[in-house]
Design a protein around this ligand. Structure first.
Ligand code: GLC
Length: 453
């Protein structure tokens, strides 16, 4: 099948959180199934050296062609939209005021090339309304429905006037809403776990208020669980960690832990937790805030890697307790060290469509502590609930108390029951978290969509 992915992020060229990793993972897994995958993304300011220039389509001045590991990457050259310092805004967590215009133009270019493909796979709100204009059938995957991209109705609708019902499809409380338009116009909507597929059909808080539209679709939203690239993320071959290790011999983990302590200046006596990703309201930082001092008193230590609009919370903890909490910007190398050298990994998310940090942590032998929501509920098995098959710890109530109790329960097991802890590590490290099952499900889905259209 000749597939076009239309995306804002693709690792390693542009990533702000899990989306970029997910795109690369799915694309390569589909290529292993002998499918032809082309990824269309913006030619961001920092990608100036990539690819060979070809003529533009739609509003694009040009399209640069680049090929990497069997995947064709098309970079849309539209300087007024993308010659800027960030993906969505100048700072992590901020948004450009003309998001609707720059992504609308990008969708126009995507639609202009769509006829060359059998099927177009759109990802998240920025690229969703391509579905209104695409010449090929479309699948829209929601990696995070909390971001919707809104703009002035008349001007935004004008960008999609090729569709006779553009105004109706896009209109939302007097504005244009790209996520709504995409959800209604796509031939099939999917998301990245079954739990989150249910949530976005029910809960206005996680679906940008679009739950009723999701629930009313002719074809129910399909949940396909994300994987990780197990070849690229493997503690037995990872250059970012000082001594390689695998499920049968974990001794290398202590060298990674030492290195992590040396880089962050944290004191190593406690239990070292990692957090990696966007520091935003989604991630449950507000649960940790009221109980962190008490937890630090019981030995909790935290390395937090990544930025977002709640940086101030994490920076506050680090300023108050410099030997116990460290916060720094995202770097893949440091993230790898956190998974390999952290004792455990914390993800108390308010909601979590898929969740990748939990999978990386398990692959690297750090049993996670998570809130059991969305994709976290599909992958993390709690020790108390399921002692024989457990790979970590989870809680359901979104309260600081539930978080505190679960973190303390995990710290207790690590200190007092090393054999039980080792079994959790082994369970996480020996599970196959790869992308292949997801790719097979996407391919089945594409075939169903094509047979309907
Ligand atoms: C977003 C979601 C995350 C998901 C990722 C990839 O970052 O917040 O849960 O894993 O997209 O699908």
């Amino acid at each position: 099948m000749n597939l076009l992915f239309v995306v804002a992020e693709m690792a390693p060229f542009a990533t702000s959180g899990g989306l970029g990793d997910a795109i690369t993972g799915i694309a390569h897994a589909l290529a292993r199934l002998e499918q032809s995958v082309t990824v269309l993304m913006p030619r961001y300011q920092w990608l100036g050296d990539l690819g060979e220039a070809r003529p533009g389509e739609g509003p694009a001045r040009g399209i640069y062609h680049h090929e990497e590991a069997g995947i064709r990457v098309l970079l849309v050259d539209d300087p007024e939209s993308f010659d800027r310092p960030g993906i969505y805004g100048p700072e992590p967590g901020s948004a450009y005021e003309d998001e609707w215009r720059r992504w609308g133009r990008f969708c126009q270019t995507a639609a202009a090339v769509s006829g060359q493909f059998d099927l177009v796979h759109l990802h998240d709100a920025q690229t969703a309304p391509t579905a209104l204009l695409s010449s090929a059938p479309t699948v829209l995957t929601l990696h995070n429905a909390a971001y919707s991209v809104q703009g002035p109705l008349d001007e935004a609708v004008a960008l999609f006037e090729g569709h006779p019902d553009a105004a109706d499809l896009l209109e939302w409380y007097g504005a244009a809403n790209y996520l709504k338009g995409g959800i209604l116009a796509a031939d099939q909507v999917t998301t990245v776990s079954r739990g989150y597929a249910r949530q976005i059909a029910e809960d206005p808080a996680v679906s940008s208020g679009l739950n009723e539209f999701v629930a009313g679709l002719d074809h129910a939203v399909v949940g396909i669980l994300n994987g990780i690239e197990i070849r690229r993320f493997d503690p037995e071959t990872d250059d970012a960690i000082p001594v390689p290790f695998g499920p049968d011999d974990l001794t290398g983990r202590s060298a990674a832990r030492q290195e992590l302590l040396a880089r962050t200046g944290l004191d190593g006596s406690g239990v070292l937790f990692g957090m990696v990703g966007r520091m935003t309201g989604q991630k449950g930082l507000e649960l940790l805030d009221p109980v962190i001092d008490q937890l630090i008193g019981s030995g909790f230590r935290l390395v937090a890697v990544g930025n977002g609009d709640q940086d101030y919370l994490v920076d506050g903890w680090a300023a108050r307790a410099p030997g116990a909490v460290w916060h720094g910007p995202y770097s893949e190398e440091l993230a790898r060290l956190v998974w390999a050298g952290g004792d455990s990994f914390l993800m108390p998310s308010r909601f979590e469509p898929g969740g990748l940090g939990n999978l990386y942590a398990m692959r690297y032998g750090a049993p996670p502590v998570v809130r059991l929501t969305g994709g976290l509920a599909s992958t993390v098995i709690d020790l108390t609930d399921h002692p024989a098959s457990a790979n970590g710890f989870g809680f359901e109530d979104y309260t600081p108390e539930a978080l505190r109790e679960t973190v303390e329960r995990a710290m207790g097991v690590l200190r007092d029951q090393p054999d039980v802890w080792a079994a959790l590590q082994r369970a996480g490290m020996t599970t196959d978290w790869g992308w292949d099952p997801a790719a097979r499900r996407y391919l089945d889905l594409y075939e169903r969509v094509l047979s309907r259209s």
